[in-house]
Unconditional design. Structure first.
Length: 249
């Protein structure tokens, strides 16, 4: 049986972290929490759980570095260990841990040879799906369409954080984007490396409709422009790497 690490990037999730971890541990044996400089009591809750139960491992960033930075830490921790791959799941209650085995199975299916299994909230509808905030849905649709046009992919959801990565994929991804735009860098690098991508439908759940993206990025137009800049930068980096080595990533 393939052995996957399940990692949760966490920042100020004191209200959710214990309940989410309880549910994750029903479906995953190896669990890593990357505490990205939490300041709301999350760190103390995690430390207490480790001392009481010892059922999770925690890596803590001394200061908040960003969502992408937390996932980059999870990538490194996976590659430094014995795991065949990595499942990433958010800690805000929007993802359903019961689906972790489905992601592992899809990433281990020899018939698809998937390197990245990415959750999609728009591949099909589930009973009880939320209605997404209009601006977020529009930006997701626009960026997803641009990614498909630029990279020759056929994604339906560019931003879902519920994913499974094969070890082969992690070895070929070199994430530098520290914020919420990190998935865009992943898609550019994955396409350049010829990684096989499969989408898995997941329920559409929005619990925090007022979530901040950080400062100016809370403005939808600014956020859209920023995402396009990240795509441009990631494509330029891939082209520069290919030009320097004579091969693609």
């Amino acid at each position: 049986m393939p052995r996957f690490l399940t990692a949760l990037p966490v920042y100020n999730e004191a209200a959710h972290v214990e309940g989410v971890l309880d549910e994750v541990l029903r479906h995953a044996a190896d669990v890593l929490v990357v505490d990205d400089g939490s300041s709301d009591g999350t760190s103390a809750l995690l430390a207490d759980r480790v001392s009481r139960c010892g059922d999770i491992r925690v890596v803590r960033h001394a200061v908040n570095q960003g969502y992408g930075a937390a996932l980059a830490t999870a990538f490194r921790e996976t590659l430094a260990g014995p795991w065949d791959g990595l499942v990433t799941i958010d800690c805000d209650g929007q993802h359903q841990p019961r689906m972790i085995p489905e992601f592992v199975a899809a990433a281990s299916d020899p018939s698809t040879a998937a390197d990245i299994v990415s959750g999609s909230r728009y591949l099909r509808r589930f009973a009880g799906d939320s209605l997404p905030p209009a601006a977020r849905r529009r930006i997701n649709a626009e960026i997803t369409s641009e990614i498909n046009d630029r990279l020759g992919l056929s994604l339906t959801d560019a931003f879902c954080g519920f994913k499974a990565y094969s070890r082969r994929a992690l070895e070929r991804l070199h994430v530098t984007e520290t914020g919420y735009a990190m998935p865009l860098e992943v898609w550019v690098q994955a396409a350049a490396a010829g990684l096989a991508i499969v989408e898995l439908p997941v329920p559409l759940v929005y619990l925090d409709l007022a979530r901040s993206f950080g400062g100016a990025l809370d403005d939808a137009a600014t956020r859209l422009a920023y995402y396009r800049c990240v795509l441009d930068r990631a494509e330029a980096a891939v082209a520069a790497a290919a030009g320097g080595s004579g091969t693609s990533m």
